[in-house]
Design a protein around this ligand. Sequence first.
Ligand code: S3P
Length: 177
Amino acid sequence: MKAGTIQQKNIVLVGFMASGKTFASKEIALRLGRQRVSTDEMIEKREGRPIARIFSESGEPYFRAIEKDVVREVAAQTGLVIDCGGGVAANDENFKALRSSGISFYLEATPESVYRRTKGKTDRPLLNVADPLQKIKELLAQRDPHYRKAHFIVDSNEDNIGKVVDEILSILQSLSA
Ligand code: S3P
């Protein structure tokens, strides 16, 4: 692929909650001098309230409808690094639009890694349940086949997300070579 072509493509990071998408997207944007967007941050800005409150006050279907609008908006742009909320790629229509807008990476993490990183935190409404590890296992089992449709899969189980960043950058470099 030509370098010019790659630059126009979005770099799309998908995967489960706490798989390192936010850190990696910030770092990749910085290193490549690209603009970064986060679907969660766009939703919070649009709504003027945090995600946990959107879920508790208006419910998950309301959140997913805004998420879908935001995805449509970012998929129509070019050259971005897109940090996708964990549920984005679990919706086929969303992921189709994002995949065709660029190069997608699945940051793959086991339920145990996700649990280790999210334990004791309360900002992810879907995990505020009696048995979060069980919930992570169930959700990940449903979503993994969707995430796997990404162009590339990167292991994100080590807590050093810098390695994930390096791997993604080297894949991008090989594509533009
Ligand atoms: C969600 C993941 C969250 C956020 C919301 C729902 C999900 O984003 O969009 O809490 O359904 O997995 P992160 O993946 O950035 O935590």
